[in-house]
Design a protein. Sequence first.
Length: 75
Amino acid sequence: MSTFSGEDQTPASTTTIKLKSGEEIVLQEAIVANLVRAYVGIKTHPQKTSCRIIGQELTKDEMKKGFAPWQLLED
């Protein structure tokens, strides 16, 4: 499934989770990758037991070309 993200409206890969209630949660590939990276980082680290990730809207100066303005960033 494809959707559009960012101001340039480029296609982005998505994952859709369908709930029993009929609702759908659509996650962009970057969000899933960030969650997996955080999970693996915690599970493979000898002492780390948690990680805080915050959704943040980046300014035009902070954004990289082709990336969505909303990003998950490690706190």
